[in-house]
Design a protein around this ligand. Structure first.
Ligand code: ATP
Ligand code: MG
Length: 160
């Protein structure tokens, strides 16, 4: 649906593990919809924080959420690339965005464990990559609340 102007504010939550393809999808959607893409990882790096500094990440994510709300209140479509592994966090974002009158999408990027490990292994070889070890990736996999069909039904249909 390239070129179609979306009607009103919208929040798009990208849920998925490291290497699932959140940034790749967000870049495409940002062009096509159009939408504003907010990627905590990029802000962490650009602000000089270590990507694994959890306290800084919490603060960056909180600040980006304020920006997301401002953008939605002006009618924008906002993509958040946070990963959203926790169901409770997804519920909270859906509720708050709806209270601003925004539609809310949840897009879950389902990728097999084998494929994820291969992708992350390849990315670890790239210069300057934030290395995610196989052990850390397995911990991430164990931490993800995979969205159920029942949960996905609570969100709006995806644009584009
Ligand atoms: N649909 C796809 N099919 C095959 N490879 C893909 C796909 N989407 C992304 N990739 C590749 O997988 C790797 C990870 O993609 P991307 O950076 O978009 O993931 P991410 O979810 O943003 O990861 P992170 O959470 O670590 O930021 C990249 O090398 C990308 O080119
Ligand atoms: Mg990314």
């Amino acid at each position: 649906m390239s070129g179609v102007v979306p009607a009103g504010p919208r929040l798009i939550l990208l849920c998925g593990l490291p290497g699932a393809g959140k940034t790749t999808l967000a870049r495409r959607l940002a062009q096509e919809l159009p939408a504003v893409r907010l990627c905590p990882d990029e802000w962490m790096v650009d602000l000089g924080f270590d990507r694994f500094d959890g306290r800084a990440r919490d603060r960056v994510e909180q600040r980006l959420w304020l920006l997301a709300q401002e953008l939605m209140s002006q009618g924008a479509v906002v993509i958040l690339e946070n990963g959203f592994w926790d169901r409770a966090e997804r519920d909270e974002k859906r509720r708050l965005a709806r209270s601003l009158g925004a539609a809310v999408e949840l897009r879950y990027l389902a990728v097999s464990s084998k494929e994820l490990h291969e992708r992350v292994g390849r990315r670890n070889q790239e210069p300057g990559a934030a290395v995610i070890t196989p052990e850390l990736l397995r911990e991430c996999e164990a931490s993800l609340d995979v969205p159920t069909d029942e949960e996905l039904e609570l969100f709006d249909d995806p644009l584009g």
